[in-house]
Design a protein around this ligand. Structure first.
Ligand SMILES: Nc1ncnc2c1ncn2[C@@H]1O[C@H](COP(=O)(O)OP(=O)(O)OP(=O)(O)O)[C@@H](O)[C@H]1O
Ligand SMILES: [Mg+2]
Length: 1080
């Protein structure tokens, strides 16, 4: 959530006040409370207008990551919570976009975080400025100059484990696009006394410890060093190791940084040789030696160390040894050599060490500048970063020359701050067309004057004393001060003529006190003269110049006898004054940005806010003064647009939109709110608010209004949310329905499709199978045809070739033999043929068994043929007779005993020659049809069984019975009325002709007749009836049958075996119902 909220003003979510200008009431307590409140909430930055107050958190806060860089990038200064990035961004953008050179002035006491702040500013600028291989290399070189300078110029002190012991001003140069081109570094007043002596609990410069910890054995050997801090007198031993500092790894970092910055290998080597030489100088010790002339002399105790130093630096040992023993003073072509006593020898040694080191440091800066300087001559935009010691006030009159110099520098900085702030303020008023009213503030120019005035200034006094012939001591210097500055309001001294401080016991006699703008500071005068002189005996500088070591030689140009200069070198004070003046000039041309660093506690610990300590710093940093200057006219100003944007909701006319110009909108707004007219002023582009109270009133109103608006927005939002939700749900429902319908239709379609495919596939399958079947059939036919053809061809071929096969020979022989046998058989049979008589049963015997069936068949065929032959001889007449005979045979053979006897008798039919015999003329006339049978038969009398002859005539249509004698027709029966003929099976000629019942002929009853030609008669009667009536006449052969006599039925019974009448059968009536025929 926190990430999402967008800040549009510094005033949003403020802890305390983000800008001290808005503090109400403004006093020291409220100021400190506000800082504390913010510090407790991890807000380490607070503004005073455009000045950033930074409190050292002493722990890493997550507010410097790349996301933060992005957050502050291109945002207006007052848009977000106070941050050092906001200041860096503002400075960089106004440099890049408005072409204004910038300087960033970072002040604060030791350990307040100045160096860290300067690095943060540089890293921010590096992150937001242009990119590219070349630009990145420049950036890298600029950033890597820091570790090198820190190694040589920083040391652990009781206040700060990484305290910068020099002032540093770095100009970063940019091209018109805002890409870095290079830089120039200036250094101020290195604390060189540290090289030879460190206060308790402090260390020498880091580099000494780094070499001894991090250099390889080989390298150490080259430098003639040992890895043992205790071996070196210049290294304070109480805190050789610092917690959380890894000297060895820092050494590697430094070497790497030197390489990146562009140091050549031989240069690096030389630098470390000088460092080693300095370290070893500390080990040279002297012993007193009295000379004959009574003057004290000194001698080097152990020359070994001296020898090694000389080897390292290429100095002639004797030259150096002499330089430590004598001092040559030249005056007006005269050279006077005096011996040095032990104390002087030590002084000389330490002076040499200090000079060597401080010159080396300056050389390093120059060398770095050579590397990082911009390569082009085009116009550059410049951003200067000043990391300089802030005001230093030690308790108990411990403030010395260094503090004096430092505080002087801070006075100067305060002065440009006042100048530039007021100037800016004034310019803004003019720009905005607001009347400038005089502002009461303290101008520290008077203090600056006290120090730097060319005639009466303290520095001038000091120089005068140093150059003065005669005995010069710190006391004579103080005396002089007491005379010259006694009347100055800001100068205090016990010894001054002014009686004001005569009784001020807090002020020791050897001290003077200056009322700096930031508070009173008491300086101990001891050492002022010496430090200002910063003397190095000429013998030493000449010895150095003679060194066979290019770097050392270059460090001591004044040692060149050719350039011998009898003029004293400028004093430290005047040098510093000059460099401060240059710096101030430089800064005045730039747009200043201030970072005021504050140290929250003395313990280097996080979370501790020592109010007394902070109060002290606030005082000497003159922060309240800052606020007052800033607030002199109007406490708060803001362009019309953002002002209207921020407060427009407070007035109906301006809310939600103001159509006119922003200024008119703000006027309407302020009038509506009833803000007193003297509380604000309308500038050209900004509204100026005199009192922070007015602003806070506006803020409160805004807050209240925002709450109301939030409720309103919430209300509308809820309504909107519900409505949109409803609409969304409705839409969703439609979408779901449409999707579902689509889905259902799809399913249905797919089902239909798959069914269609199934049906289609079945049909296709069926068709395919059909085609397949046909094809298979065709194939089979083809195959069959092929097989048949093959067989046929085979057969053909075999047939053609069979004759050539030996295998066929047997068969051929067999067939031939068979044929021969058959031939022989048939030829023999021809000769053996039996007679042509059908009844001849002879048939030659079968010659071969295999011809058995043939033989039988031949016999049958021959018999049939023989019969046919026989039959073919017959005439039609004979054929007719045989037909009848055949008929008779069918009717009676094996049924009637009489039949065999009849076979040999020809059927004559007309036994009686009716037509020729006149006796039967009458009968012949009566019968006009052709007569088939004319024969005499016996008609059995039914009464007694006696026979009476009658002529039996059979014509085509009738059966006639006529009287034999008269020839009168007794009975005439049409063939149709004859129903049956009965006879016995025995050898007798009796037969009964049964007539149809009810017919005319039947009235007299059936006829019982007997004839010798019974077979012939019955046969002819049968054939005639058949041909006439087309009905087969029923011929019953039975030994007992019934005959109808008139009304009675008489049974005729044949009894065999009666021999009464010879061979003639007899008939006898037994009773009414029985007629017995006895047959022999
Ligand atoms: N913004 C910061 N965040 C976290 N730690 C910090 C910050 N600023 C400073 N420090 C801590 O405080 C220590 C001292 O800071 P720094 O060296 O910048 O002080 P200084 O003002 O330069 O002191 P001197 O005047 O002695 O050089 C740093 O080593 C670091 O541990
Ligand atoms: Mg520092």
């Amino acid at each position: 959530m926190a990430k999402m909220e967008v800040k549009t003003s510094l005033l949003d979510d403020m802890i305390g006040v983000g800008d001290m200008v808005l503090l109400e009431p403004l006093n020291e307590d409220s100021f400190i409370n506000n800082l504390k409140k913010r510090f407790d909430h991890n807000e380490v930055y607070t503004y005073i207008g455009s000045v950033v107050i930074s409190i050292n958190p002493y722990r890493s806060l997550p507010i410097y990551n790349p996301e933060k860089v992005e957050e502050y990038r291109n945002r207006n200064f007052y848009e977000l919570s106070p941050h050092i990035f906001a200041l860096a961004d503002e400075a960089y953008r106004s440099l890049r976009d408005q072409d204004k050179d910038q300087c960033i002035l970072i002040t604060g006491e030791s350990g307040a975080g100045k160096t860290e702040a300067s690095k943060l500013v540089m890293s921010y600028v590096a992150a937001v400025c242009g990119k590219g291989a070349e630009v990145n290399q420049v950036k890298e070189q600029l950033l890597q100059s820091n570790p090198v300078l820190e190694a040589f110029g920083n040391a652990k002190t009781v206040r700060n484990d990484n305290s910068s012991r020099f002032g540093k001003y770095m100009d970063i140069e940019f091209d018109f696009k805002g890409d870095p081109l290079g830089g120039v570094i200036s250094n101020y007043l290195l604390e060189k006394s540290r090289v030879v002596k460190q206060p308790r609990g402090e260390r020498n410069f880091h580099i000494f410890y780094q070499i001894l910890s991090g250099a390889s054995e080989e390298f150490l050997c080259k430098l003639k060093l040992e890895r043992d801090f205790s071996r070196y007198n210049y290294l304070g031993l109480d805190s050789a190791r610092v917690n959380g500092v890894d000297d060895a790894s820092n050494f590697r970092t430094v070497r790497n940084a030197m390489q990146i910055v562009g140091f050549m290998d031989h240069e690096t080597q030389s630098v470390f040789e000088v460092v080693a030489a300095v370290l070893k100088l500390g080990n040279i010790e002297f012993k007193p030696e009295s000379r004959a002339n009574g003057l004290d002399e000194s001698k080097i105790k152990d020359k070994n160390e001296l020898k090694e130093i000389c080897e390292l630096t290429g100095i002639d040992q004797s030259v150096l040894e002499r330089a430590f023993s004598f001092r040559t003073v030249e005056a007006k072509q005269e050279k006077v050599s005096t011996t040095l006593n032990v104390a002087q020898a030590y002084y000389a040694r330490d002076a040499l060490a200090k000079n060597l080191y401080s010159r080396l440091f300056s050389w390093l800066v120059t060398r770095i500048n050579e590397s990082i300087k911009a390569q082009t001559k085009v116009r550059k935009k410049v951003m200067g970063v000043l990391d300089i010691y802030g005001f230093e006030i030690f308790e108990n009159a411990d403030n010395s020359f260094e503090q004096f110099i430092i505080n002087y520098c801070n006075e100067k900085l305060q002065q440009i701050f006042i100048e530039l702030t007021l100037k800016e303020e004034q310019e803004e008023y003019i720009r905005e067309g607001i009347e400038w009213t005089h502002i009461e503030y303290f101008n520290n120019a008077i203090i600056c004057d006290l120090i730097e005035n060319n005639q009466t200034g303290i520095l001038a006094m000091l120089d005068e004393e140093c150059l003065r012939p005669g005995t010069v001591t710190d006391d004579t210097f103080l005396e002089k001060l007491n005379q010259v500055c006694a009347t100055h309001q800001h100068f205090e001294s016990r010894m001054s003529k002014c009686s004001r401080f005569l009784n001020d016991t807090s002020l020791p006699h050897s001290c003077f006190r200056i009322q700096h703008y930031a508070g009173k500071v008491m300086y101990q005068v001891e050492g002022f003269v010496d430090k200002n002189n910063d003397l190095l005996y000429r013998d030493l500088s000449q010895a150095m110049w003679k060194a066979n070591h290019s770097l050392i030689k270059a460090l001591f140009p004044e040692g060149n006898p050719a350039k011998i200069n009898l003029k004293r070198p400028p004093t430290a004070g005047s040098q510093f004054k000059a460099s401060v003046a240059t710096l101030m000039k430089n800064l005045q041309t730039k747009n200043p940005n201030y970072i005021r660093c504050i140290k929250p506690n003395d313990k280097k610990a996080a979370h501790i806010f020592n109010e007394a300590l902070v109060c002290h710093q606030i005082r000497y940093l003159g922060l309240l003064e800052n606020v007052r200057v800033r607030r002199a006219g109007y406490a708060f100003r803001q362009p019309y647009e953002p002002c209207l944007e921020r407060y427009k909701m407070l007035c109906k006319q301006t809310w939600p939109h103001w159509r006119g110009p922003a200024r008119a909108g703000v006027e309407v707004l302020f009038n509506e709110l009833g803000i007193p007219e003297d509380e604000f002023s309308f500038g050209r582009s900004k509204i100026f608010i005199r009192n922070p109270r007015t602003l806070f009133k506006l803020e409160d109103l805004r807050k209240q209004r925002l709450e109301d608006l939030a409720t309103l927005i919430e209300k509308i939002y809820r309504g909107w949310k519900c409505r949109t939700r409803f609409l969304l749900m409705k839409k969703c429902q439609i979408v779901i329905a449409s999707w579902y319908r689509r889905y259902a239709q799809q399913k249905k379609y797919q089902k239909i499709k798959s069914s269609a495919i199934t049906v289609q596939s079945y049909i296709r399958g069926w068709k395919a199978r059909k085609v397949l079947r046909e094809l298979k059939h065709l194939k089979r036919c083809n195959e069959a045809a092929t097989v048949i053809a093959a067989y046929w061809h085979g057969t053909q071929v075999r047939r053609e070739y069979r004759k050539f096969f030996r295998a066929n020979a047997g068969r051929k022989i067999y067939e031939f033999t068979l044929q021969r046998l058959m031939q022989k058989y048939f030829l023999e049979m021809k000769n053996k043929m039996p007679s042509l008589s059908p009844i001849d049963k002879n048939w030659p015997a079968r010659p071969y068994l295999f011809l058995d069936s043939t033989h039988k068949e031949l016999k049958r065929i021959f018999h049939l043929w023989r019969c046919k032959k026989y039959r073919d001889q017959f005439t039609d007449q004979q054929k007719l007779i045989y037909e009848e005979k055949l008929e008779a045979s069918e009717l009676f053979k094996d049924k009637k005993a009489l039949y065999p006897a009849s076979v040999g008798q020809p059927f004559q039919g007309a036994y009686l020659e009716i037509s020729e015999n006149p006796k039967y003329k009458k009968l012949k006339d009566a019968v006009d049809e052709k007569i088939i049978i004319a024969e005499v038969v016996n008609k059995i009398n039914r009464a007694n069984g006696k026979a009476a002859s009658r002529i039996f005539l059979l014509t085509k249509n009738n059966v006639l019975l006529a009287d034999q004698k008269s020839g009168t027709i007794k009975s005439e029966v049409p063939l149709g009325d004859v129903t049956k003929v009965s006879m016995s099976s025995q050898n007798d000629g009796f037969f009964a002709v049964h007539l149809k019942e009810g017919s005319e002929a039947a009235s007299k009853g059936d006829f019982l007749l007997s004839s010798d030609h019974l077979i012939e008669m019955a046969t002819k009667l049968y054939r005639t009836t058949l041909s006439q009536t087309k009905q087969k006449l029923n011929i019953e052969i039975s030994d007992e049958f019934l005959v109808q006599f008139k009304q009675d039925k008489v049974c005729v019974k044949f009894i065999q075996g009666s021999q009464k009448n010879g061979n003639i059968p007899t008939c006898k009536r037994k009773n009414n119902r029985l007629l017995e025929v006895a047959v022999p």
